[in-house]
Design a binder for this molecule. Sequence first.
Ligand code: HBI
Length: 379
Amino acid sequence: MKPLRLLLLSTPVGPLGSGMGGGVELTVANLAKVLSRRGHQVAIVTPAGATPQALGLQPVDADIIQVQGSLQTAAQTQSRSAPVVTSEVLANAWAYARRHQSQYDLLVSFAYDWLPFFLTPLLSRPVTHFVSMGSLSDCLDRSIADVALQFPGTLGVYTQAQADTFCFSFPAEWEIVGCGLDIRKYDYCARPDNFLAWVGRISPEKGLEDAIAAATIARIPLNIFGKLEDIDYWQRLQPQIASANKAGVPIEYGGFLPTDQLQKRLRRSQALLVTPHWVEAFGIVAVEALACGVPVVAYKCGGPAEIVQAGKTGWLVAPGDVVELVNAIAKINQLDRADCRAQAEELYALSAWAERCEQWFYRIVDSQSKRRMHDRPYA
Ligand code: HBI
């Protein structure tokens, strides 16, 4: 098959490598890395200030096109009925795509935003969208539904649970893409130290307060890693953290770390706590933990519920039930850490994921190119 020329348009909420884009950053970096090594030509559009090397991306993997402008407002901070927001960086990213689209076979959007979906039928090149979150906005749901109807099969999601949050008046054709990790970058740890881990954007929807409460009751130290996205939320957690420390349960913030440094800390934890207060689309951090041999104790909701094999590689508890979290933490020693690593290798290896994405992209390019040139001969 002819190699593809791919333009990946990363999330406009933060530069690639900054951590502001959460799990999508790792998805973009891993996709670029593995597809370029399979012979495809990959370019990535990102807000300026990118540090792709923090995600293991080398210059040979992809051309990095950095666009200027104010960053996009995070969709999860807006109400369902909020009006559309289009920041400069998002407009500049798609201005670049429109100007240079003839150099690419496929545009791959990772933006959870109205503009890319609105522009999709107006471009001469096929566009596919990695939808990175569950349903959050009435306006965005409508623009996603328009694309789902007009270009069936071009919308990717991480999990079925995430796709199910979108209630359209027709059966949408979602591509369940899952995720892939470069498992070689994660070192297995058989004997953990005495602490629990929590990893994610520090933002209300991630439910960090529940992990702090559970660690405090279980009297096991908790190490927190991730981008300090919502400072006010973090400030609101300080009294809870202070009282845990006072009670002799250290709650420590380890900062936002590049992948190789994060895994060096994460691998030594007894378990990863995953406590989302929303329908987590996937939860790549859960797979990163499994790759290190770290079991996952998670709320039974969204992506983590499809990742954790309860009783084998972790425990699933009722969403929001901190007491159940504590009971599950007490059962961690019933799990075999080698099973966690084995699951990551078997289900989330980069090569298997890349194969799925590559076949999906070829299907879209083949089915759409003819159609678009016919519809829009002037393009
Ligand atoms: N919000 N508006 C907007 N656009 C995005 O692309 C976006 C977001 N919020 C979070 C986000 N992307 C990523 O952190 C995903 O990994 C969830």
